[in-house]
Design a protein around this ligand. Sequence first.
Ligand code: C2O
Ligand code: CU
Ligand code: CU
Length: 537
Amino acid sequence: MNRRRFLGLGASVLGAGAVVAVAAPSAARLFAEGRPGRMLASELDLPEAFRVPLPVPPVLQPVRTDGATDYFEITQQVAKLEILPGVKTEAWTYGGSFPGPTVVTRSGRTAVVKHRNELPVASVTHLHGGHTPADSDGYPVDLLLPVGASAGAAPGAAGTQGAAGMEGMPGMQGMPGMRPAAGRDVVGERSYTYPGKQRAATLWYHDHRMGFTGPGVWHGLAGFHLVQDDAEAALPLPRGERDLPLMIADRSFAADGSFRYPAADPTLARPGVTDAYANGVLGDVILVNGAPWPRLDVDRARYRLRLLNASNARLYRLELDPQPSGGDALVQIGSDGGLLAAPVAHDGIEIAPAERFDVVVDFSRYEPGTQVRLVNRFGSGRTAEVMRFDVSSKQVQDDTSVPDKLVTVEALDPSAVVATRDFSFRRSRSDGWTVNGNPYQPGQSIATAALGTVERWRFSTDLHHPVHVHLDHFQVASRNGAAPGPYDAGWKDTVDLRPAEAVEVLVRFTDYAGTYMLHCHNLEHEDMAMMADFTVQ
Ligand code: C2O
Ligand code: CU
Ligand code: CU
């Protein structure tokens, strides 16, 4: 969809009968329950739930390691995967699997990940939640072209889809000249350096190509990256096989088994989705670690579940069903940016795209043999189910616990704020999805912050938008002028704003100067220009 066609969208984005929302109390009422996206139905029979065992992505071993650095290699490649039983799906993968391999690194050690692109498309790899120098952050026009492509490939060159493939993007006309540093395209292989100056946290890496992040992630380009540190290792939390990353993502499948995605241009030479899906693509199959509605045998013991919502647009409210007696089944110990100061118990967790919630579940609170479903209260029909835990009857030892005090978390000091900035995330009648009224223009920073200083950033929305900031994690200071919400605790890099909400965050920019992004993490909004650059200097 190009800018012209976006103008004519009207009610199809918002749902029948809806008005174009503005940030007003009436809009808040209109859309308070409204969640983005439209479901795209699969064209084949969906499998029964709770048949496939939960896969756990392989941990990537370093190819070499020296005094300060661990070196990893990942080949981005097409792979035929059996996601639905008996069906072959051609995926774009990191290392041949979906999710990609889990990268595990140590706080204080540098990790260098060399990506080799054997895909039929260009890619950009971003470590989401990484505290990363700008040239390794996966800026969306810093392309890694496929092996064998020529740099500066011709516009629309079949198979390579370099930067020139994005001429249909709002605001992208003449884009090559707007690139902050010309010629950052690389052919074949590219190394991303992650210095590891950050605390233990559940991060993830994913494709971030300009205009094509939605289809890139949808086709399989996502994996976990776990940072570990001593403070976390010293805690008596569940570990080993009872520390499970769970990547939750919805997908749809075409009749031939391929991923179904409503691209406006089916050849993916131009970005965007068909009009009906401009507010986000929802799948009708819920995958956990790449398996549809899987099941897992669990001991009557505590498990650490690192929940990641890797969906393009779908929001979930995750609950266990049945709840254990006394409730508070999901004991949150961590957020996007690592451990909380103290655990927070929830009956359910609302998780927006790209958010992570680290929770501990004590399955000894259930009778042996109980089948505990992880459900999605925001879904209906098949999308109301996520996975199932089957509680074993054997006796096990469990010497883990969740201490009342986890780690020391510095609270950013509001009196240290040197600048306050407003960022409004809105659909504009003339420009599509915008930040402060403008569609994304690479190289045009809308804010410049001084290295080492604390700023107050105020986000506001018309519709539902999960707002993400690169480089440094932030702390939510207020929501709609009141205290932060139940899912806002700790260091965050993505904060979910419902329609017509306002959230204030405090952020301190540290260590790296350069150009970074903030954007909506509804990937269809992001691809249709709801991004902005900011600069740290
Ligand atoms: Cu998870 Cu800028 O992205
Ligand atoms: Cu990010
Ligand atoms: Cu959005």
